[in-house]
Ligand binder design. Structure first.
Ligand code: AMP
Ligand code: ZN
Length: 437
């Protein structure tokens, strides 16, 4: 490791597009051969009359079948394993919202690669072995815990498995251990900051914090800027999903111009979720990922349900790995209200533009008689008795949200600390509609 190098793995990070393509094809062919060890893929390929040898170019990816979360559920727990169970050393499971669990298996080599991916991301944003990394995200089945733990250790940092919650203890650790970097979900960072304020701790003066990795849930550019401002740090967007391994799949570089997805590890496609045909660069579609380095449970053309778009394939940082826009959210998170499609992040973007508003908000969808409507509750940043000002603010927030989503919500400003806070991924939408969803 050369601390001066901007790249942890220059041999992969700085490949030209052409070299990346060659490497991807080679790894794809290997992955397809590996997939034939799973009865699930064997059957699916047989049904389509497809053999791994039929894939001769990267364009041929489009001949391959898609894999969905339902496939993972149908084959629960071990039906997609491509190596014997005795060679697997870890599993992560997620229950998702529907309750039917899925399982992701890992071999030791898979875990090593995963740690390399995360270490590469953290190195990219300027972290080095002298840094102290506090992982304030949930451990256990949630991959943000162990994923960052092993990645930060692989880089060589002193790594603190603080886990989520217990903000007073977090702040004590940050100060006593000289923590310079934190990983947490964005909604938890804002919570941590309010406890700092209550305790009279100024993160700029009283801590050595300089880098945050925030991710695991959708958040707007406005929220990121807010977090950077209040914590006095650079905050980098981190994308991960357990089906691919966990964190380390996509991460921003210091340019903060989109998420670099590591194409030596994944083939990235953006497709129209209805036709499943590729969309042109710049157009929003569903992210589809094919793993290239996983042996226990490779996934072919996995439909992530996450909506995003391609921003570019080169970057001033010297990496040519594809850059994707921050996620809009999952197609399942999209709110359809009176026929209008809305992503919670659109509302967040507006709320974050008001310095008078705090960071916590909740969108409730509800029905009265035949009508569905939306209530946006948002905490105010500072206590005030000026009801006139509050009323005007409410009106202005309502107007700006209407401009964005074309529907008029009911806006309620509530005192700080009244809305529920979660230590894991935030719950931003509650749907109580009875008539139509
Ligand atoms: P899980 O693997 O269950 O922890 O969740 C993975 C999902 O979390 C992804 O498919 C995304 O929907 C969401 N997610 C993860 N990272 C981000 C991020 N940086 N921005 C927006 N959504 C994210
Ligand atoms: Zn870059």
């Amino acid at each position: 490791m050369n601390d001066q190098s901007p790249y942890l793995h220059p041999e992969y990070e700085t490949l030209s597009r052409e070299e990346l393509g060659r490497l991807q094809l080679e790894r794809l062919q290997q992955t397809l051969r590996q997939c034939m060890n799973s009865p699930f893929y064997k059957k699916r390929f047989d049904e389509m009359g497809l053999k791994p040898e039929d894939i001769r170019s990267l364009e041929d990816v489009r001949k391959l079948p898609f894999t969905t979360k339902q496939d993972l559920r149908d084959t629960y727990p071990f039906g997609m394993a491509c190596i014997p169970l005795r060679q697997c050393v870890r599993l992560h499971s997620s229950s998702g919202t529907t309750g039917t669990p899925t399982v992701i298996l890992h071999s030791q080599k898979d875990l090593d690669e995963w740690a390399n991916q995360v270490a590469r991301c953290l190195w990219m944003v300027g972290l080095r072995p002298d840094d102290v990394f506090q992982n304030s995200s949930g451990y256990g089945m949630f991959t943000g815990g162990l994923g960052f733990q092993y990645g930060a250790e692989r880089l060589g940092m002193l790594t603190v498995p603080a886990a989520a919650g217990n903000s007073l203890r977090q702040i004590k650790f940050i100060r006593d251990f000289g923590t310079t970097a934190i990983h947490a979900v964005p909604s938890y960072v804002t919570r941590l900051h309010s406890v700092m304020v209550e305790q009279g701790v100024d993160p700029r003066k009283d801590t050595k914090l300089r880098v945050l990795a925030i991710g695991a849930e959708p958040h707007s550019e406005e929220q990121r800027r807010r977090i950077e401002q209040m914590m006095g740090v650079k905050a980098y967007n981190s994308f991960g999903m357990s089906e691919m391994c966990g964190p380390g799949v996509g991460f921003e570089c210091q340019e903060q111009n989109g998420l670099h997805f590591w194409e030596d590890y994944y083939i990235v496609e953006i497709v129209n979720p209805e036709t499943l045909e590729p969309v042109p660069d710049g157009e929003i579609g569903e992210l589809v990922l094919t793993t290239l380095c996983r042996e226990a449970m490779p996934l072919i053309r996995y439909r992530t349900r996450d909506l995003t778009r391609v921003l570019g394939r080169s970057c001033p940082c010297g990496r040519n790995h594809i850059r994707l826009d921050r996620m809009r959210g999952r197609s399942d998170d999209m709110i359809v209200l009176r026929g209008v499609n809305i992503f919670p992040i659109q509302i967040e973007k507006i709320l974050m533009q008001f310095p008078e508003l705090g960071n916590n908000y909740l969108i409730t969808l509800t029905s009265e008689e035949e009508n569905d409507f939306m209530i946006v509750e948002v905490e105010v940043a500072n206590p005030t008795d000026d009801f006139r000002a509050l009323q005007n603010l409410e009106k202005e927030v309502r107007r700006r949200i209407k401009d964005e989503i074309l529907l008029t919500p009911i806006v309620k400003l509530v005192p700080k600390g009244t809305l529920p806070v979660s230590e894991g991924k935030a719950v931003r939408v509650v749907d109580k509609r009875t008539v139509y969803k």
